[in-house]
Design a protein around this ligand. Structure first.
Ligand code: XMP
Length: 517
């Protein structure tokens, strides 16, 4: 984002992303930054219109940082949430106490005296998650809310635009949280709410314009993110943008149709690279999931590398940038104090073309890096892209490779493709496609006994996997009408040669993952 009004300083709360989301939903541009980044911007005399200090897992007693650089700005609005409020309490001379009884989960809070916030009731249920608390409020502050446990829930500076909330207004469980945030931004900080799809688009276009007249390569999957990124980039880059779509032979039948439509109905220059044989050869007899993922990821990079060389030699086109549809959650994850230096176990190595920029000396161009998925969708619609393109289910980079358990061989590819197509057609036909986050079939290389006609069948199994999720991090299996499941099962066992049995996966994530491999 080029010039955000509200900076959210991340102290490591699991809810920091939500503060940004809620703030943007209210129409204020905002971004998450680290404390170091915040300090360095202040040193360069670059200031926001408002600062929000997030919650965090640590205790102010162990916090060695000096916050005077921000609090010395007398007119700068500051909202402290949870840990952020305790920082305010400590800095301005109040008393913060180590909690004996913490408050976790729902709590009722109420206003004191005559203070009220527009459109909120006198008593509200909010979400708390703290053990330390401000027990004596600094002299220059008023207590405006308390919890039913008698703890200070909200404080407000008498003369400066500074406020602290012990609860989390950003989470859904705090019913009037959004109104409280809006009250702070509008009434106390005096910020204009003007962040919308057009603004997002202008920012993203400006980011692309900055690179000037350069050749850009786009690893184009046809999914929402690469489609929106390419469409907006194309408006600036025109002929300089080249989209490459790799047919790795692990696509669904619907993907072939989709890419043809995009070639026909958009202005994008999309070249389809047929690399089926390459992938099949590399995957022959490989059945270990991580090995498959690594092979597929490496193959993508090889193919793009060859393409880049070919363009250089054949057409004297020298690519300098790689366009990617990276989204904000990935960016946040990479700057989160939780992650930095932390250890996380690799559950699955997600394929991308991550190795390509270093190998080819390409600079990344990521015009969506400040946006959440729902904002990208809004932007896609604003760019005139069709709704059914923008609301497609996610599809993993390694494609059907991770939906065919065991070795990837032609029979299994056919069975998973045909069954997936049936499921897809039925979802569209029953208008259920949008009721689930992701829906697909998985090929299980186990044989079971069945009866087809008058004969014995000894054939494979297809598993249906449909889940609801908001970000893919957690998921629950989707509830579908029995009639729908029955029809899908009937069609798959009748129409897909080699399948006698269909099962439905009723595992949530965790402990299962969404994909089977
Ligand atoms: P899992 O299986 O980890 O999947 O629960 C979570 C979400 O991520 C998608 N997924 C991938 N997306 N490259 C991607 O771009 C990958 O390698 C990959 N693996 C899984 C998955 O479809 C689900 O939406």
């Amino acid at each position: 984002m080029l010039h955000t009004k509200i900076w959210i300083v991340d102290f490591g709360s699991q809810y920091t992303q939500l503060i940004t989301r809620k703030t943007r939903e209210l129409g204020y541009s905002s971004e998450i930054i680290t404390l170091d980044e915040c300090r360095s911007r202040f040193e360069k005399k670059s200031l926001p219109e408002c600062l929000v200090l997030s919650g965090g897992p640590q205790s102010v007693f162990e916090d060695p940082n000096d916050y005077s650089f921000m609090f010395n700005e007398l007119s700068l609005p500051v909202l402290g949430i949870c840990y952020g409020m305790q920082l305010l309490g400590k800095y301005f001379g109040g008393v913060v106490e180590k909690g004996i009884i913490g408050e976790y989960g729902h709590a009722d809070i109420h206003f004191l005296n005559t203070f009220r916030i527009n459109h909120t009731p006198n008593t509200m249920s909010v979400w708390m998650s703290h053990s330390d608390h401000v027990s004596a409020v600094p002299k220059e502050f008023d207590i405006i809310m308390k919890s039913s446990n008698g703890l200070v829930a909200a404080i407000k500076h008498l003369t400066r635009p500074v406020m602290g909330l012990q609860f989390h207004p950003e989470v859904e469980h705090s019913k009037h949280g959004k109104q409280i945030l809006d009250y702070f931004y509008q009434e106390i900080a005096g910020i204009k709410s003007d962040w919308n799809a057009q603004e997002m688009l202008n920012d993203a276009l400006a980011m692309v314009k900055k690179i000037g007249n350069k050749k850009v390569l786009c690893a184009f999957s046809g999914g929402v993110d690469s489609l929106v990124a390419a469409t907006l980039a194309q408006k600036v880059l025109g002929e300089n943008l080249h989209c490459f779509f790799v047919d790795n032979g692990l696509l669904r039948l619907q993907d072939h149709e989709h890419i043809k439509k995009l070639q026909a109905e958009t202005n994008l220059k999309i070249e389809i690279i047929d690399a089926k044989i390459d992938f099949y050869e590399a995957l022959a007899n490989v059945d270990e999931p991580e090995k498959k993922r690594k092979i597929i990821g490496a193959k993508f990079i090889d193919i793009f590398e060859t393409k880049v060389k070919e363009y250089q030699e054949k057409y004297q086109i020298h690519f300098e940038y790689l366009l990617q549809g990276t989204l904000y959650p990935d960016v946040i994850e990479s700057i989160s104090p939780h992650i930095a230096g932390g250890k996380s176990v690799t559950i699955k190595s997600h394929h991308n073309v991550g190795g390509l920029p270093e190998r080819m000396k390409l600079t990344l161009l990521e015009p969506l890096r400040f946006l959440f998925k729902d904002e990208v969708r809004v932007m896609g619609l604003a760019l005139g892209l069709k709704k059914e393109w923008i609301f497609r289910h996610p599809f993993p980079g390694p494609g059907l490779g991770v939906r065919i358990l065991g070795a990837v061989e032609p029979g299994a590819i056919r069975m998973v493709q045909e069954s997936d197509q049936i499921l897809y057609e039925e979802l569209i036909e029953s208008k259920l496609y949008d009721s689930t986050w992701q829906a697909f079939t998985v090929f299980l290389p186990v044989k079971t006994v069945g009866v087809k006609g008058d004969g014995r069948a000894y054939e494979n199994v297809i598993c249906l996997r449909m889940v609801n999720s908001s970000d893919g991090m957690t998921a629950n299996w989707s509830y579908f009408p029995h009639e729908f499941l029955e029809e899908v099962s009937r069609r798959i066992t009748n129409e897909v040669k080699g399948i006698t049995r269909v099962v439905y996966d009723i595992t949530s994530k965790p402990p299962g993952t969404i994909e089977w491999e």
